[in-house]
Design a protein around this ligand. Structure first.
Ligand code: NAP
Ligand code: F7E
Length: 356
C-alpha cells in the first residue's frame, strides 16, 4: 500500500451507510486514500460502495477493514495500522424509533463507540496528527428550546439515540479541550438521498410510491405525519463534513437548510410529482411507527457554517423529492419522470458521485 507524502489518508467508520458511501466517493475524488470499517454481517452489506471497489482504475484508493464500534481492540489495531490524517466517525445505530427497542445497544455503539475511537487516538499518541469528525445530530435539540436551532441552542434530547449522541457530542468536545485533539462536531439536520436507508420516512415514502406504481403494494403505512423536519441532500452534507475538518481550528457547526416541512408536506410533494394524485388514498396511519417521545419540529440555522466555509445548500425539499423518486423509479424499472435527473445535471455539473 504505497502512499506519497501528499496522499492524505482518511478512515471512515460507517462507510457502508448513506453518508459513509457518499463521503468515500467525495474523498476519493479529492485524491484521498480511503479506509473504511465494515462490520461483519451474514449477507453483503457493501451495496452502497460496490461501485468503488469494483473500479479497477482506482486499486489503491479504497481499503476495507472488518470492525465494530463495540470492539475496542480491533478499532485500536485498525487506527494503528492506517494512521489516518482524518477520521470521519459515522458508524452508529442511527434509527431513532429503533433506539427505544435497543437502548443499551444504541448507547454502546453510539456513545461508548465514540469514546473508543477517541481513546484509540490518545492511546496511540496520534493527538497531533489525526483529526476527528463526530457525526452529531439535530436530534440533540429534541424538544426544542428555540426556533431555529443553532450551535448555542440548549440540547433537550428525546430518545435513547439522541441521548447516546449527546454523550458522543460532549466527549468529542472534552477530548478537544483535555488532550488538544482536533475533534469537531458536525450537527447535521436530516439529510436524505436515493441511498437513504429504507426505514427512514423519506425513503419509505419514495420506495412506497415506486412499489404502488409498479403494482406491488397498495398502501404506505406511516406514523406521526405532523412532525416537521429540516431536510437536506446528503451529498452536500458530506462535503461539509470534510470542510469542518479543513478549518484552522476544531469547532462545532450546524448544517441545515433552514426550512422545515411536515411529513404530510413531503407526502403531498411526492405523490404529486409521481402523478398519483391525492396521497390520502394511499396512506394509512399505523401506531407501531409512533415514538414514545417525539421530536415535533427541527429547523436549523447554519449561518456559522455559511460564514466559515460558504455552506449554502442547493437542494431544497421539492428538488430532493424529485431526485429520490426518479432514483426509486429507476430501481423498480419504471419509466423515470426525469425532473430529478435534470436538477442534478444543472445544479451539480461537476458531480463527484454516480447517479443512483
Ligand atoms: P446509516 O445509513 O444508518 O449508516 C450507519 C453506518 O454505521 C452503517 O455503515 C452501519 O453499518 C454502521 N454501523 C452501525 N452500527 C455499527 C457498529 N456497531 N459497528 C460498526 N458499524 C456500525 O446512517 P447515515 O444516515 O449514513 O448517518 C451517518 C451518521 O450520521 C450516523 O452516525 C447518524 O447517526 C448520523 N446522522 C445522520 C443524519 C441523517 O439525517 N442521515 C443526521 C445527523 C446525524 P451497516 O451498513 O452494516 O448497517
Ligand atoms: O423520521 C416521522 C417520525 O426516521 C422523521 C436519522 O437519520 O435524522 C433521522 O432521524 C420523522 C419523525 O428520521 C414514520 O416520527 C412518520 O418525526 O426519517 P426519520 P429522524 O427520526 O428525524 C436525524 C437527524 C438523525 O440523526 C437520525 O440518525 O418522520 N415518521 N411516520 C416516520 N418515521 C419513520 N422512520 N417511519 C415512519 O413510518
Amino acid at each position: 500500500m504505497e502512499t506519497t507524502t501528499e496522499t492524505k489518508k482518511a478512515l471512515i467508520t460507517g462507510i457502508t451507510g448513506q453518508d459513509g458511501s457518499y463521503l468515500a466517493d467525495f474523498l476519493i475524488s479529492k485524491g484521498y486514500q480511503v479506509h473504511g470499517i465494515v462490520r461483519k454481517a451474514s449477507n453483503f452489506n457493501t451495496q452502497r460502495i460496490e461501485h468503488l471497489f469494483k473500479d479497477y482504475n482506482k486499486p489503491d484508493k479504497l481499503f476495507l477493514h472488518y470492525g465494530d464500534m463495540a470492539d475496542a481492540t480491533t478499532l485500536i489495531d485498525i487506527i494503528n495500522k492506517v494512521k489516518p490524517d482524518e477520521i470521519y466517525h459515522l458508524a452508529a445505530q442511527s434509527h431513532v424509533r429503533t433506539s427505544f427497542d435497543i437502548p443499551e445497544y444504541t448507547a454502546n455503539s453510539d456513545a461508548i463507540g465514540t469514546l473508543r475511537m477517541l481513546e484509540a487516538i490518545k492511546l496511540l499518541g496520534l493527538q497531533k496528527t489525526t483529526k476527528f469528525y463526530q457525526a452529531s445530530t439535530s436530534e440533540l435539540y429534541g424538544k426544542v428550546a428555540e426556533i431555529p436551532q443553532n450551535e448555542e441552542t440548549p440540547f433537550r434530547p428525546r430518545s435513547p439515540y439522541a441521548i447516546a449522541k449527546l454523550y458522543a457530542y460532549w466527549i468529542t468536545k472534552n477530548y478537544r479541550e483535555a488532550y488538544s485533539i482536533f475533534s469537531s462536531n458536525g450537527i447535521l439536520f436530516n439529510h436524505e438521498s436515493p441511498r437513504r436507508g429504507e426505514s427512514f420516512v423519506s425513503r419509505k415514502i419514495t420506495i412506497g410510491i415506486a412499489r404502488i406504481k409498479a403494482g406491488l403494494d397498495k398502501k404506505i403505512y406511516l406514523g406521526n405525519i405532523e412532525a416537521k423536519r429540516d431536510w437536506g441532500f446528503a451529498p452536500e452534507y458530506v462535503e461539509s463534513m470534510w470542510r469542518i475538518l479543513q478549518q484552522e481550528k476544531p469547532d462545532d457547526f450546524v448544517v441545515s437548510t433552514g426550512q422545515a416541512y411536515s411529513v404530510k408536506e413531503f407526502l403531498q410533494l411526492a405523490f404529486t410529482y409521481a402523478g398519483l394524485g391525492d396521497w390520502q388514498q394511499y396512506v394509512e396511519i399505523d401506531l407501531q411507527y409512533f415514538r414514545p417521545t417525539e421530536v415535533d419540529l427541527l429547523q436549523g440555522n447554519s449561518s456559522k457554517a455559511r460564514n466559515a466555509f460558504g455552506f449554502e445548500p442547493k437542494i431544497r425539499l421539492e428538488d430532493l423529492v424529485k431526485i429520490m423518486i426518479d432514483a426509486d423509479f429507476r430501481k423498480y424499472n419504471l419509466p423515470v419522470i426525469g425532473a430529478g435527473d435534470r436538477i442534478l445535471a444543472e445544479k451539480f455539473p461537476n458531480r463527484w458521485w454516480p447517479i443512483d
